[in-house]
Structures are given as C-alpha cells and as structure tokens.
Design a protein around this ligand. Sequence first.
Ligand SMILES: Nc1ncnc2c1ncn2[C@@H]1O[C@H](COP(=O)(O)OP(=O)(O)O)[C@@H](O)[C@H]1O
Ligand SMILES: [Mg+2]
Length: 250
Amino acid sequence: MSAAATPTLEVRDLTVGFGGVTALDGVTLAVRPGARHGILGPNGSGKTTLFNAVTGFVRPRAGRIVFAGADITGLPAHRRARLGLARTFQITSLFPSLSARANVAMAAREKLGVSGDPWRPAAAHAAAEERAAGLLADLGLRHLAERTVGSLGYGEQRELEIAVALALEPTLLLLDEPTAGLSVAETGALVELVRQLPAALTVVLIEHDLGVVFGLTDRLSVLLNGVLIADGPTAEVREDARVKDAYLGR
Ligand SMILES: Nc1ncnc2c1ncn2[C@@H]1O[C@H](COP(=O)(O)OP(=O)(O)O)[C@@H](O)[C@H]1O
Ligand SMILES: [Mg+2]
C-alpha cells in the first residue's frame, strides 16, 4: 500500500462484550483497497462478532470502525450497506421458493431504490432484472438463473449469496465462512468464484479451511479469544509460531 492510500476498512481498538463475555478485546486492524484479507481463528474467537460490529449488527463497547476514511461507528446497518459495505451470513439467507435471478433482482431493486414501490416505472424493475441476469452471468452462474433456490445444491446457494451481496454494488464484501459445510467439489467451485471477483472489490473472508485461506488471501489477521494475535502478509502469518501453536495445533 502506498502511504497515500486510505484503507478501505479500519478497526481501531475495538472491544465488544456480551454480558460477562468479552468477544473482542481491543482489536486494531486495517484492510487495504483491493485486498483479499483473511480472518482466522478457532470457534468462538470473535470472527463473526467482528463482522457484526463492522456491519452495524452489534454495538461495540469501545473503539471505532472507519470505512474508506469515514467514521461509521454510530451508523445503523442499512446506512453502512448503502455506503458500499456488504456481507454474507454464516447461515444462508435466501428466499427458497424464488428463482436465483429473482433473489438477485430483489437486492438490485434495493440498490436502484425501487424495491416495494409499485409507482416506479416498470422500466426500473426491468433494469433490476437485467442487472441480476448480468451479474449471474459475470459470476459464471447463468445456468442457475431460472432455478428455484430450493432446488439448488448447498454449494450453489452459497455462490448465489455472493451474487446477492454483489447486487448492492459494494466496495467491501465480507464473507463469513463461505465454504462451511461444502463438499470438496463445492469448495473448489466457490474458491474459483471468489478468485474471479473484480480486483477492485475489497474482500474480507472468515474461513476455517486453511487451504482455502492460504490460497485466497494476501493478508491474514488471526484472532484468539477475542485478541488479535497475528496480522500481516499471509505468507508471514502462516509461519508465525504463535499462530501455529494456537491455531494450527503444531
Ligand atoms: N449475540 C451474542 N450474545 C451473546 N454472546 C455472543 C453473541 N455473539 C457472540 N457471542 C459470544 O462471543 C464469542 C465470540 O463469538 P463469535 O464471534 O461468534 O466467534 P466465531 O465467529 O469466531 O466462532 C463467543 O464466546 C460467543 O459465544
Ligand atoms: Mg462465526
């Protein structure tokens, strides 16, 4: 990163607690524009909580969230989404009876500001449909467009979730364990999809599968019990003795 480049995301001294549990404890990290940034850590180490705080789903006890140079700590989730911050969930959040394209089009209508507005011209809705079809094609998912979500395989649903998130035209995409529960073949397909995302899009990825993390990310932050224990280029962090001890069990 050149000294002048403003990080896409900065988390400063972030502390999040739930009752007596400190889920994140003074976490500071920065995500560069266009990065493929991994978040690694055992179950319960605070990874999802970090995404929840960044996207506005939980309120931190202390610390700041800065998005493209603007402090968004106090903003509600929908405002953050509108600024260009999108996420997928660890649990699938699609409408199973609708087609893949209809699911993406719903998000596109949200972006175009025509959702739920019957007075807007049909052309605006058609634009959302067209955008959905184009996005699915760009992601190599054209063959899924007319299938109902309920008829898709689990791996295909995880891919579709990424398409839905991209319909909001984000600059930052947060993926929470996108390969959890996927077969080897499904994981391969998902990794390929992430590889082909636009280079300008910044991606932060929570991922358990070390092969996936090491293969996809250029930067890596490692959490243990809510504390950031390592942060830096993936090639360096994966050799870090603390990370190996704490996480890799070596
Ligand atoms: N909404 C919540 N209410 C209470 N405790 C929570 C909540 N969300 C997370 N936690 C707790 O915070 C810790 C971190 O959880 P989480 O961020 O989900 O970890 P990870 O995603 O790394 O597995 C855990 O101890 C978890 O039980
Ligand atoms: Mg989690």
